[in-house]
Design a protein around this ligand. Structure first.
Ligand code: GLC
Length: 473
């Protein structure tokens, strides 16, 4: 008889329903990739649960029987919906605390805490109502981490079945705000934890504390979170949990991100027809209003405008390259101050630099398919997806040696890597790239090595499967 592992996968966002950042990419693909590993001996029944944000785009939602959860003397209504995505059941949890807060993430930490605490608690009640019991609850980041805490408190109930709890770390510095009072109002006790005192009331640390396994989204980041520089004050606690901490590199959606078939780009190409890529560069230059010239290096920044991503450093670097012949395109939105700096840069060098300060998935693909290099000088980078997408399109990454960037980009083989968080280190890495670029043979070999690297989800999904198996044994 075949064995089944039931996995309840919780996230704040998942493509194609709602996507704000990299978490949405991962939660949109990984659950389905896991299901695809099912075979005659083992069935992986992974089901995705998302908050029913007012901005969610979903069709054919089937309302489930509403239920409620107790809060103090009153009850909070939970509206649950079900749909399917490629055969995978997907559940949405709605209710007042989720409706009250229009966007996926707000700047109001206490409102976000209300919303995600409600979501995590309500989601953990759902299995009862759909008559399906998880073997593993898999939460992602602070937003859903409380589900793992609740999973543990349920384990303390008499006769409770052991359900394993996993937390994936996509971004450790975001831990959520004090939920001590909120948990108490829902009748959930705060345990005596060995967390640092300040962390004992925060959703992410509570989830980590209650988990059976912690997964960082790259092996590099798994090592870094144990250090003072990247551990955000939890390094000692995580050090004590070292045996349960691992790193599994994210994949990318290699079907969607494929220069051979991508409909968003003008000229499709693959390893055999790499020469054709040059046409995309010229069309991109034209579209951006830059000089159409195959010999001028075209640099790209495709990123949230966020200090995490080091875009400020990239801007300073570009500003310091006055005497160098290059073009650059900046695509993304975010911090208004950084957007302003990008605009200033464009005004300073109108012939060279274009700032496209918006979310534009199509232009992003055209840039991957046309630009020579992408800059990713991140302060920290749990995994990073853009460098992998860029490599798949033959756009050579220039990255800082942190987290997933360090794990995925090999100096001189698939890209250019620098260590120090200083704009001159970035400038010197860019210059190494610019010196290599005219050597077509060498450049192509770098492009080819990147394009040939396997960044598909399958091997990562297999590692998650192994982890699940070890937890349900
Ligand atoms: C977060 C991290 C990024 C990672 C993504 C998906 O956005 O900052 O490095 O790639 O999550 O895991």
């Amino acid at each position: 008889m075949s064995k089944t592992i039931n996995v309840f996968f919780l996230a704040a966002e998942a493509d194609p329903f709602i996507k704000v950042g990299g978490l949405g990419d991962v939660a949109g693909v990984l659950p389905r990739e896991l299901r695809a590993l099912s075979n005659d001996d083992l069935k992986l029944d992974v089901r995705l649960v998302l908050p029913y944000h007012p901005v969610v785009k979903a069709e054919n939602l089937r309302p489930l029987e509403p239920f409620s959860i107790q809060r103090g003397d009153s009850e909070v209504q939970v509206e649950a919906f079900e749909t399917v995505l490629d055969d995978m059941p997907v559940y949405f949890i709605g209710g007042e605390p989720i409706r009250a807060n229009g966007s996926v993430y707000s700047l109001d930490a206490s409102r976000d805490s209300e919303k995600y605490a409600f979501f995590s608690l309500a989601a953990m009640e759902l299995p009862r109502y759909i008559n399906w019991q998880p073997d593993v609850v898999h939460a992602n980041d602070w937003h859903t981490a409380l589900s793992i805490y609740v999973n543990l408190t349920k384990r303390w109930e008499a006769g409770a079945k052991h359900v394993a709890g996993v937390v994936s770390l996509h971004n450790l510095p975001f831990m959520g705000a004090d939920v001590g009072g909120i948990l108490e109002s829902y009748g959930i006790k705060l345990a005596q934890t060995d967390l640092p005192e300040w962390a004992r009331v925060l959703p992410l640390p509570l989830g980590l504390w209650a988990s059976d396994a912690i997964v960082a989204v790259s092996p590099g980041y798994a090592g870094e979170v144990l250090t003072e520089e990247f551990g955000c004050g939890l390094q000692e606690f995580l050090g004590q949990r070292r045996e349960t901490l691992s790193g599994i590199l994210n994949g990318i959606d290699t079907v969607s991100f494929d220069p051979a078939t991508d409909k968003a780009i003008s000229v499709n190409y693959n390893l055999d027809t790499l020469k054709r890529r040059a046409e995309n560069k010229e069309l991109l230059q034209e579209k951006l209003g830059l000089a159409r010239n195959p010999d001028i290096p075209l640099l790209a920044i495709i990123s949230r405008m966020d200090v995490q991503k080091g875009v400020d450093l990239a801007f300073t670097a570009l500003k310091n390259m006055k005497r160098i012949d290059f073009q650059a395109v900046i695509l993304g939105t975010g911090d208004p101050k950084l957007e302003e700096t990008a605009r200033e840069l464009q005004n300073l060098f109108p012939e060279k630099i274009k700032a496209e300060l918006r979310f534009d998935a199509k232009l992003a693909r055209q840039i991957y398919a046309g630009a020579d290099m992408i800059l990713m000088p991140s302060r920290y980078e749990p995994c990073g997806l853009a460098q992998m997408i860029a490599m798949r399109y033959g756009c050579v990454p220039v990255v800082r040696a942190v987290g997933g960037l360090k794990d995925t980009v090999k100096q001189d083989e698939t890209g250019f890597v620098f260590e120090k968080m200083h704009h001159m280190s970035l400038v010197s890495a860019i210059k190494t790239g610019l010196k290599t670029l005219p050597d077509h043979e060498k450049w192509e070999s770098i492009q080819r090595a990147g394009m040939a690297t396997d960044f598909s989800w399958e091997s990562s999904a297999r590692e998650y499967l192994k982890l699940y198996q070890s937890l349900v044994k």
